[in-house]
Structures are given as C-alpha cells and as structure tokens.
Design a protein around this ligand. Sequence first.
Ligand code: IPM
Ligand code: MG
Length: 361
Amino acid sequence: MAYKIAVLPGDGIGVEVMREALKVLDRVASKFGVEFEFKEALIGGAAIDAKQDAFPDETKEVCDWADAILFGAVGGPKWENLPPEKQPERAALLPIRKRYGLFANLRPAIVFPALIEASPLKKEILGDKGFDILVVRELTGGIYFGTPKGIFEEDGKRKGIDTLIYYDWEIERIARVAFEAAGKRRKKVASIDKANVLNAMVLWRDVVNEVAKGYPDIELSHYLVDNAAMQLIRNPHQFDVILAGNMFGDILSDEAAMLTGSIGMLPSASVNESKKGLYEPVHGSAPDIAGQNAANPCAMILSAAMMLRYSFDLEDAAKAVEKAVESVLNEGFRTKDLYTGKEGEILVGTSEMGDRIAERI
Ligand code: IPM
Ligand code: MG
C-alpha cells in the first residue's frame, strides 16, 4: 500500500525547500521499503495567479485524496495589496485547517546543540544544552473562527468583531493531545490562558484540570498568557509541553521559535482525529531570498519527518530523517541563514544541503 501525499509547494522558497523534502522521502522509500504516491497542486499566491483562488477546487480534490499534506509556504509582496481575507496566508491556510478538522497543531521549538549560539538568549539563561519545547496549539476554534465575525456598521460607525468561543469538547481533545505528548517527553504540561479576564479561558482552565485527572504522572501548571510570554524569555527550561488556544498558541509559538534563533530549522504538524495532517515549516515564503538556492530546507525536511511519525506511524523512518539532519549540522554544513563564518562551518546551498541529508539516511 502506498502512502498518499499531497504536495503543495506554494510560493517563494516553498518551491525550493519542497524539492529537497521530496528527495529525502525518495531515499526513505528505498531505505525503509515503503511506497509514497505524490500528487502536486497549487496553493497560495501561485494558485491565485492561475485560478484566482488561493485554495482552488483542483487542490481540494488532491488534498481530499491524500493521507497527508506537505505544505511549503505561501505569500509574498505580489499579493500584499489584496483584501485581508483574500491574502494567500489567510485564504489558503485557514480553509485547509477547517476542511480537514486539523485541530491539533504541534510546533516543536528545539535548539540544536550545533546551533546553540544562534539563540538570542544569554548564555547564563540558555546554559549549554539549549532547550526543547513543544507548543500544542488548538487550531480550528477560538477567536479565529468564532461568530459573529466581521466589520459591521452601526449608527454610522464601523465596528470590528471577533468572538472568542471554546466548547468544552474542543478544549478536552486538544488537552489530551498535550498530555499524551508530555507522557512521551519530560511529563510536564504548561496550560496557557487568560482566566483572570476571559470567560472562555475560565472554562479552558477548568476543562484542562479535569483532563489532567486522567494523567496522574503528568505535572500540570497554569500560566496566564502575559506571564508565559515573560517566563519563556526568563527561563525557557521550565517548559516541556505548552498547551494553548488558537491565538495565544500562535503568538507563543513564534516567540519560542525566535528564542531558538534558527527558524529555518523548525517544522510543524497540524493533525486531525484520524491522523490526516498538514506538515509545514514554521518559516514563511521568504521572497527576499527566493530562487537563489539559499533557503534552508531543514524545516521542510523535518516537517516531512513529522508526517512519517504522526500520519504514517513510521517512527524509525522519522528518527532516521531527524538524525540525518543533525549529522549534517554536526559535520559543519550550513545554509546561509545559519552560517556564521566560524572555523569548521561549510556554506552550502539549498540543494546541496538536501543531498547531504538524503545521503545520510
Ligand atoms: C501561523 C500563521 C497563521 C495563523 C496566519 C498566516 C493565518 O501566523 O500559522 O502561525 O495565525 O495561524
Ligand atoms: Mg503565526
């Protein structure tokens, strides 16, 4: 049986990093005796240009067919003047998340030992081992999707409305994902809310406490989101799994990513209850370096590794890919974003980085 993969390179460096991820997956197929079937489709700005739609029907068909979706990146200056709801990021990503119920967004923020100096944190804070945090973000609810939503007119004045709603079952299922993940890690969950102000977040805290009763070996703590933002910088080591709603998770996952200092290394997964998932690098389409063979393909390749793990249950293959990335870094190979000119570093382009990683599998 072949695993079916929708390949959506998108815009900018999305196209370049996707090529390298496919290279690596070909290698995985031959090394691990598995079969992948790929179908490519347009998404984001590329789809707007060709079909006047960031997520056109042809692409929906390919994604419906697939077991997992590999997503490059979307957006760029060319589409920046479109109305906000038509912009590639929002018009491509939000409908895909909703269509497949991809409620669980996993965003690891890991400082790789070879890249520890890239972190903007002081040595006294970071120590010599870096950190490894997993942000578990709820992705199909909360203020992103609650209604009423829109800009309305009232007595000659305009008002913008977004609605923060969480149902208990939405909180419960994302909390379970976080507790399960923590069980395989350092057994700590930090739940993020704003229970001092927002009703939906009072419910959030309450439901998370209930779910925690089923996981007696996991240590749960609650953080108000503003405090969590400070604590991440003050001492990232206190966090293992961070559990957050859609908007707070959006913000804190970017903060955690920045603290690693190497956003070109960070993958993400968005999965639903039947393990269908969308896998994308955390970085965007980086139009400033697109087409120069300068992009770092590691985040895309590590996203493919997450796909092997979470959608296909191919843990050994996933580990092999992650190990290959680490080996290549340890050998000194660096794309431009990571290159500091220090002795032992070897500057390589996107495709050579991909070749090296594929070879190590
Ligand atoms: C992300 C992005 C998206 C989000 C935007 C582009 C809609 O910031 O994936 O984190 O807010 O979810
Ligand atoms: Mg974001």
